[in-house]
Design a protein around this ligand. Sequence first.
Ligand code: ZN
Length: 248
Amino acid sequence: MIVAILGDVHGNREALEAVLTAAAREDAEGFWFLGDLVGYNPDPDYCVAEVLSRASHAVRGNHDKAVTGLLSVRWFNPMAREAVRWTRRTARADTLRSVEGLPEGPQRPLPGFVLCHGTPWDEDEYLIGETAVVEAFRWMRNDGKARVCFHGHTHRPLCCRLRGGPERPEALPGEGLVAFEPGCLYLVNPGSVGQPRDGNPKASFGILDTDRLTYRTLRVAYAVQETMRKIEAAGLPRELAWRLSGGA
Ligand code: ZN
């Protein structure tokens, strides 16, 4: 089965539409979601309905929790906090109920595969830097069943492999085709659909072939000017529009 792996959509309708079109071109039949449907961008209702009508497996993100009151916005930066409050005020009641119903990670959609938002042990922690990568692989070793762990939250694509023994993790180019080898562990972040932060403004998502055991990160251009216009029209902080144009 071809599975599209989406994370950090954050209410960006134009980016999500472009990603769903690209996923259809890849013949994706399955959808897995890594958290953060809402926050930052102006179309929570559309994004929640579209993703949840498709995803067989999903986990919640920190913005999903904040919007539904499960997490305090005290530690959010002022822009993120304002976007959380805006979403609470403007999203439909059924949208907020769906977001509230998102399960905590990790989830296991198929044997060997794990989905989480931040890390498998803490949904709010950022998996950044070599120490965190080593710790994540240690978690997978101890778990014994996880071979590929998909995560989100950083809004930056990442693909790391750990071969057996004491070898150090290797970073792989996720935009090429990665073949999952037996005996290796993989840590994969497909990047963010709705607010990429790796300097590339194109929407980012992953395509997994569960039969061939291959993976690829795809980047898709979308109508970013339209999203920026809607952010300003909605009265959301202007910085949220500017950062989309630079992928920052
Ligand atoms: Zn996020």
